[in-house]
Structures are given as C-alpha cells and as structure tokens.
Design a protein. Structure first.
Length: 132
C-alpha cells in the first residue's frame, strides 16, 4: 500500500501545491513599484549614447553616419523620456509611432540637466555653446 500512496502523492502534489498557493496570503501590492530602470542606469545610458553621438558626428562616413545617427538619436530620446518620467521633469510625450523632434529632444536634455541630471558637457549638436 505504501508504493501506491507514494505514487498518488507524487501525482497529486501539483494540484495540492496550487490549492495551497491560492489559499496563502499574497504579498501586499500597495507598496510603490518603480516604473522603469533606476535613474543611475538611465543617466549612465544617456551619457554613453551622447558620447557615441558625438563620436559618430565627427568620424563616420557620410553614408553610414546618417543611419547610425538616427538610431542613436532615437535611443537618446527614449532614455531621455524615461529619465524625465523618473525624476518628474515635464516633457512632451511622443506618440507610440513617432519620435521626438530634434528641438524637442534638445529642450528635454536641457530640462534634464537643469533638474540635476549629470550629462556630458560637450555633446555635439545638442548643446548651447558646447555645454549642456
């Protein structure tokens, strides 16, 4: 009879585990949860992307540069919007199928630095007089 009971317990264990997990009290989900990655990672990504943009504007061949610059600018815009959400900087929320325009991106980067986010001092076309 013992092997039969062990076999039945083995096959019924998932069903019993599911019943116990449904009855077990859930964790309190009223605690605030972060909306995205930590601000430190966002700032690091923005600094890296801005340096890459600066390097591409000065070194890449014309044919490759346009596509790469567009890709890097789209990544900069995405991270800048995430950073603005994370630290509460008012910004234009782009449509899901559209990107920020260059003037909107420049304004957002300046708003982020005005809010205290540390970005590179010289980032090519995104700066006023070579500084953010």
């Amino acid at each position: 009879m013992t092997p039969t009971l062990l076999g039945a317990a083995f096959f019924q264990a998932p069903r019993m585990w599911a019943a116990v997990s449904r009855a077990w009290p859930r964790r309190d989900d009223t605690q605030p949860q972060p909306l995205g990655p930590p601000i430190e990672r966002l700032a690091t990504d923005l600094r890296r992307l801005l340096r890459l943009h600066n390097d591409l504007t000065s070194s890449a061949q014309l044919a490759l540069r346009a596509h790469r610059l567009w890709s890097v600018e789209a990544a900069i815009a995405a991270r800048a919007v995430e950073a603005a959400r994370a630290i509460g900087v008012p910004h234009h929320e782009p449509e899901p199928s559209a990107d920020l325009t260059r003037p909107e991106l420049i304004a957002l980067l300046h708003a982020l630095t005005d809010a205290g986010l540390s970005l590179p001092t010289s980032v090519g076309h995104f700066t006023r007089d070579g500084r953010l």
